[in-house]
Design a protein around this ligand. Structure first.
Ligand SMILES: NC(=O)c1ccc[n+]([C@@H]2O[C@H](COP(=O)([O-])OP(=O)(O)OC[C@H]3O[C@@H](n4cnc5c(N)ncnc54)[C@H](O)[C@@H]3O)[C@@H](O)[C@H]2O)c1
Length: 310
């Protein structure tokens, strides 16, 4: 299969491209920037472009079987600052992309949605896919709206898709200086000899999934051939939760240096507890997470140390 990975030079994208190439697929990467930490893969084709440039997107989807849409211009915590920008650069440009995919007869669109934001404040944990969806940030609303457009394009024009509602991925290629991704940022702080900052009391619980498990799920999603009334939206996570305080304790057991923690006031976008129910993905995609937290943290720490941040 020939895949287009939009946002393929980011954290998840770089890992996905590696996995697709290892499985023998042809890959075209479309991103506005090169990969931060990884040299280009010689077997992949790279296109530098912007999802907002419709001519570039038109050319990028030509001859493509699977489109993985990973590009996003906002984060949960920044999206409420400028919802119009969120709608224009994510929702509107994605609908434009879907039109191009439809016209180019793309076989499958795999979209990464957000298991941490589309449900809003959970009333039930672990959260199943049919839990009420009431996002408390613009990012969650645009992700959900894109899910609805995918469903519309499938219904009207037969464009096949799978939505992956991803929890909190961590691992190699995760930017330790990002505003997102607690484990990556904590590991970066530790490697730089700085204290870790925790917003709130550290009792916020999240579902952390190691990156290789996340990209395997994305490939399974692309391979999946849904019947007309089969599910197309899947939670992907570890299916178990850890508080930030527990993560810090796990990190202490993995890293070989002291870990200092500083607490600051909590943030409005943080729901208290988010753990995904992953039964549907296990049953229908035949996927399950393989890497335990301890092992994932050890691999991530080895990678962060290799960056020589200190
Ligand atoms: N990392 C997480 O914690 C997490 C959790 C759930 C869902 N997601 C989603 O997964 C996807 C990938 O996330 P990531 O962590 O790899 O992010 P990332 O920022 O590391 O990678 C995103 C890539 O998309 C590119 N990009 C952004 N806007 C673009 C545009 N308009 N045109 C072309 N390229 C563009 C960026 O240059 C970047 O390389 C995103 O849709 C994100 O919302 C991430």
């Amino acid at each position: 299969m020939k895949s287009l990975v939009i946002g393929g030079n980011g954290f998840i994208g770089t890992n996905l491209v590696e996995e697709l190439l290892a499985s023998g697929h042809q890959v075209r990467v479309f991103d506005r920037y090169p990969s931060r930490y990884k040299e280009p893969f010689p077997q992949a084709e790279y296109v530098i472009g912007d999802l907002g440039n419709h001519g570039e997107v038109h050319e990028a989807v030509e001859g493509i079987d699977w489109v993985f849409h990973l590009a996003y211009t906002t984060l949960p915590q920044t999206s409420n600052d400028d919802p119009v920008y969120d709608v224009r650069s994510n929702l509107a440009d994605t609908v434009q992309l879907l039109q191009e995919c439809r016209d180019s007869k793309v076989k499958k669109v795999v979209f990464i949605s957000s298991g941490g934001t589309v449900y809003g404040v959970p009333t039930q944990v672990p959260i199943p896919e049919d839990h009420i969806q009431q996002p408390i940030c613009s990012y969650g609303i645009t992700k959900l709206a894109i899910e609805k457009y995918l469903s519309l394009f499938q219904r009207l024009w037969g464009l096949e898709y799978v939505v992956v509602r991803l929890s909190n991925p961590y691992g190699e290629q995760q930017n330790p200086h990002s505003k997102q991704g607690a484990i990556g940022v904590f590991l970066g702080n530790i490697a730089e000899g700085k204290p870790i900052t925790i917003w709130g009391d550290g009792e916020v619980v999240r579902d952390y999934i190691y990156i290789s498990d996340a990209v395997t799920a994305l490939v399974r999603a692309a391979e999946y051939q849904p019947a007309a009334d089969s599910p197309r939206v899947f939670n992907i996570g570890a299916g178990c939760g850890y508080s930030l305080n527990q993560i810090v304790e796990e990190l202490r057991a993995v890293v070989d240096v002291p870990v200092v923690v500083r607490y600051t006031p909590g943030r409005a976008v943080d729901v208290p507890r988010s753990v995904l129910d992953i039964k549907l993905a296990r049953q229908i995609l035949g996927w399950s997470p393989q890497v335990e937290l301890k092992e994932g943290l050890a691999r991530s720490w080895r990678w962060v140390k290799s960056l020589n941040l200190a």
